[in-house]
Design a binder for this molecule. Structure first.
Ligand code: ZN
Length: 132
């Protein structure tokens, strides 16, 4: 049976502070964002699951020249932001904004640091980010 979870319903769940992914009933792989076809075994036999919102930092970058949306949110050369890759405790990896580090000393940010989900309201959107 295929799942009834679109990217729009995924973002609607984020607005409710829920992280919805999919889990393959054939091979067990978990996907975030959710998928309708397993990227490992190509099965369409998937379940919708809720992820706990915990993970570890796998990679990061401190951004001093952000895109226009981040400039509008108050970030820039004098107020950099951090983006990174988080490996969720359930397995999938996701890119997101990362908060809670002292960005004046980015060399002290440690790969493997535990992070948890943080939901940021920005305009009419809610964004999945992570914090230390
Ligand atoms: Zn699979």
């Amino acid at each position: 049976m295929s799942v009834d979870l679109t990217i729009n319903s995924y973002f609607n769940e984020i607005k409710k502070k829920k992280i919805s992914g999919t889990q393959c009933k054939e091979c067990g792989r978990i996907h975030l964002p959710p998928r309708v076809i397993c990227d490992h075994c190509k099965s369409q036999n998937l379940d919708i699951i809720e992820l706990a919102g915990e993970g570890t930092l796998q990679a990061y970058s401190v951004v001093y020249v952000p895109n226009s949306k981040m400039v509008a949110a108050g970030f820039g050369r004098e107020n950099p932001n951090c983006v990174g890759i988080v490996k969720m405790s359930e397995g999938p990896m996701v890119s997101a904004e990362i908060y809670g580090f002292d960005l004046s000393e980015p060399e002290k940010i440690k790969i493997g640091t535990s992070v948890k989900a943080k939901f940021i309201e920005r305009g009419e959107s809610v964004i999945l980010a992570f914090e230390v």
